[in-house]
Write a protein that binds this ligand. Structure first.
Ligand code: 5GP
Length: 172
């Protein structure tokens, strides 16, 4: 496996889209002091860039989501820190790197809903709707992509490539 030389989504295109998402979130959440909840580790770069486009009062926190058997997208998802989050009565925006089968985001949103937020939204950088196993529609979306395994801009392959500034496809 190797990383494609050419980016699937360039750093400039990411920055432009992040700015657009920032404007949409600003219009919706100004005055509501939202809690932006980043899903570690993949959303870390997207999260850091996105919050800096929001000139509004907000708070941040993080949660970690993992598939049980060490494999991805198994449908059994473990969350760490979910119980520590102060979500009750808050306007919560979950910031994800990618929605693939949809299991991770579904489990996370269900868990958060049980903690009594005033509102709950999902914002993801990437969406692979062709792989969906459970129905879930992001409220805010950066880019829809084909069925590729992608790395960079926070996304890894076996722990590597999160630091790449653009999104690349892993090729055989
Ligand atoms: P889901 O539960 O929606 O199948 O998967 C979500 C998680 O699987 C993502 O948060 C991410 O960690 C991982 N994942 C899914 N597709 C990709 C991909 O193309 N590249 C990388 N690096 N991770 C992915």
């Amino acid at each position: 496996m190797r990383v494609s030389d050419q980016a699937l989504i360039s750093a400039a295109d990411i920055a432009a889209r992040v700015a657009e998402l920032g404007r949409a979130l600003t219009a919706e959440y100004d005055g509501r002091r939202p809690l932006l909840l980043g899903v570690l580790k993949g959303a870390s770069l997207f999260f850091a860039d996105l919050v800096r486009t929001l000139p509004i009062e907000l708070e941040i926190d993080f949660v970690q989501a993992r598939s049980y058997a060490g494999t991805r997208s198994t449908g059994s998802v473990a969350l760490s820190r979910a119980e520590d989050l102060e979500v009750s009565g808050r306007h919560v925006i979950v910031i994800e790197d990618i929605v693939d089968t949809g299991h991770t985001a579904t489990v996370l949103l269900e868990r958060l809903r049980g903690l009594g937020p005033a509102s709950l939204a999902l914002c993801t950088l990437l969406d692979k709707p062709s792989r969906r196993e459970v129905e879930i529609h992001p409220d805010y979306l950066g880019f829809t992509i084909e069925n590729h395994f992608v790395v960079g801009y926070g996304l890894d392959h076996e722990g590597l490539y999160r630091n790449l500034p653009a999104v690349h496809v892993m090729e055989e």
